[in-house]
Design a protein. Structure first.
Length: 309
């Protein structure tokens, strides 16, 4: 069966007008051509769709059923075209954003909130993942933006620094070191550590491990957790200490204390990264990056230059 859109448009026009002359004028085609198109459609379907007399045209029962479905098809097609045009203009569609624990407790919620307020017809899909996997997901197109820990530069990516922080020591409130105003990291050499599970926290884990090694010891991992709330829960349960980035939420959690470290601290950047070649091919992505950059700059973190090469 080779029923084409021209057949459906012709039939629907006649079914709505119940007059070949008006339908032909509406479609901008000659009346004989319209009659041949309807006849061809009936031959293809093997049913009589219209009853014709010299004075009246009406739909047969099969014609009524066909008209209902044909009109729905054309409506769906018109909707598909409109949606495609809106997506092309960047005012509809979807953008997928990968994030880790640091992002969701940082500026990402504000970015998403502001973006959705400006672009209500663009859905934001959030994907919880780890930093190395997110880079791969951006590169192969599974997500458009990744909020991840540095490093993570790639020649095909552009980035902004979404968050730049330093390590602090987090202790159980009852810990013997909790009374001190500052902590020397070497004082933690014999302490059990709580840290994020390696599979999801490998980038941050290396930062903590290398920092401890520079000060003469290997952190003794006693307990791992999937997410930040688990890490802090284990610390509050007196299962160990941890090194973590200094965030406002830490200072309101019960059962823990947060103390600055005395040493020169490693810089910990969280980046938002995207494929350079997709930004201007995907208007929704460009809009999201613009909102993200505005939020970052308003909060005092400046644009990160693209990697060379």
């Amino acid at each position: 069966m080779q029923v084409k859109l021209r057949h459906l448009r012709a039939f629907c026009a006649v079914a709505e007008e119940l007059n070949f002359r008006r339908a032909s004028e509406r479609l901008g085609i000659a009346q004989p051509a319209l009659s041949r198109t309807i006849q061809h459609l009936e031959e293809l379907c093997g049913v009589l769709l219209l009853e014709r007399t010299t004075r009246v045209i009406c739909l047969t029962e099969p014609g009524k059923a066909f008209f209902s479905r044909a009109k729905a098809i054309l409506t769906e097609l018109d909707d598909a075209v409109r949606i495609a045009q809106r997506v092309q203009k960047g005012i509809a569609g979807e953008i997928r954003v990968g994030f880790n624990d640091f992002a969701i407790s940082g500026l990402l919620p504000e970015m998403v909130r502001n973006f959705r307020a400006l672009n209500p017809d663009i859905d934001v899909g959030l994907v919880d993942s780890n930093s190395p996997e997110m880079i791969d997901m951006v590169l192969d197109g599974r997500i458009e933006v990744a909020f991840h820990n540095a490093p993570g530069e790639h020649e095909d990516l552009d980035s902004i620094v979404a968050r730049s922080e330093q390590l602090v020591c987090v202790l159980p409130a009852s810990h013997r070191l909790a009374r001190q105003k500052t902590i020397a990291v070497a004082e933690l050499a014999d302490e059990p550590f709580v840290i994020g599970r390696w599979e999801n926290w490998s980038v941050f884990y290396r930062i903590v491990r290398d920092f401890c090694r520079r000060h003469g010891f290997e952190p003794r991992i006693f307990q791992e957790a999937e997410h930040s709330d688990g890490i802090m829960g284990f610390v509050a349960a007196e299962m160990g200490v941890t090194l973590y980035v200094d965030t406002e939420v830490l200072h309101v959690l019960r059962g823990i204390v947060v103390r600055p470290l005395r040493e020169e601290l490693p810089k910990i950047d969280s980046l938002a990264s995207w494929r350079r070649d997709r930004r201007f091919k995907m208007p929704a992505l460009d809009r999201f990056i613009s909102v993200a950059t505005e939020v970052v700059e308003r909060n005092g973190v400046m644009f990160r230059s693209p990697p060379s090469g």
